[in-house]
Design a protein around this ligand. Sequence first.
Ligand code: ZN
Ligand code: CA
Length: 398
Amino acid sequence: MNKILNRLLNKNTNKTLNLPHKKPTIMKRIFTLLLATASLITTAQERCGTEAHTKNLIKNNPEYAIARAKVNAQTEKWIKEHPNHSEKTIITIPVVVHVVWKTNTQNISVAQIESQIDVLNEDYRRTNIDKINTPNIWQGIAADSEIEFCLATVDPNGNATTGIERTQTTHGQFGMNSDIHTTSAGGADDWPNDDYLNIWVCNIQSGLLGYATPPSNWVGDGDGLVIGYQYFGRTGTVQSPYNKGRTATHEIGHWLNLDHVWGAWGNCGDDQVNDTPTQEQENYSCPGFPTNANSCSTTNANGDMFMNYMDYTNDACMNMFTNGQKTRMLSAINNYRENMLSHTLCSGSVGVSEMKSNTRKLIKVVDVLGRASTEKQTNTPLFYIYDDGSVEKKMIIE
Ligand code: ZN
Ligand code: CA
């Protein structure tokens, strides 16, 4: 109950007034709780709906509940068994963007969609220009996650595609139910969730920026991200302060099994990542460093990692994932989204090097002894030989 109370309080003190966190007195707590409860009914503000959506999925899908309950143990096991996961080649995730629109404004441009893909590639490869804003104390643990994104070039039927699918609708705002991923309900059906990252961009319910589905061995319909057209990309219809594409960066973090930095389901919780400091609760706006030092009964003078993509700060204030978060994401791909490790859905490529020189063709794959091998072979270093004379060494870890 305390956790719920804190979250409600936070909505009222931080979200609507945009004030830095302060500890309210008991009297004020009770008063603001009443206010917050009232305001929740009318104008709920939620940067991210993933926790609420996940709770709902767990409640309504027994298979998902069972599968999700196993995820943390499976993740820890994989990380222990794969200490050298970082030798892995770059993983490229094929994306389909379903633009579900009613007004012309909602039918966002190709440039806006491409700007989002650019943001994702920068943030997940740590080529974002604002990485210099990461405090020095955390520069050393800030990760190049070695994950990239491409708009799919091959659709589920094997035909060429732009990776962008546009669906006109008469539907009003979309909440967190199945409408958005159901064509007959005014949304757009999923592409196979094992093969593609489905992203729906739509007129989302007021106050919500987006939500995602965390992974498990049970992948259901609607797996992916839903994001409001005002928060997708960094040009076109985006609205400050969520106008730099970090909503999708954050939600894909969830899709790859990251929790908020203040922990799953509560304050001062555990996000299962060792190199993110324990954090009392979410941060909004753009705090100064350090913020909220020594919270949660810790002696952490550096305070909150509020510039982590898995906090709630403004887009312009976020700039990092940690190495621990990277490991957890790689584990999620290997355990639950393994089709992303090897596919031909983006210009026939599986990695960044191919994307940079996509005119060359793969001639053959050989092992260290020069014997012909298959691309699917795992846990073995392989040499990829191309028709332009280039050779690459890669290993798919399983
Ligand atoms: Zn979130
Ligand atoms: Ca942590």
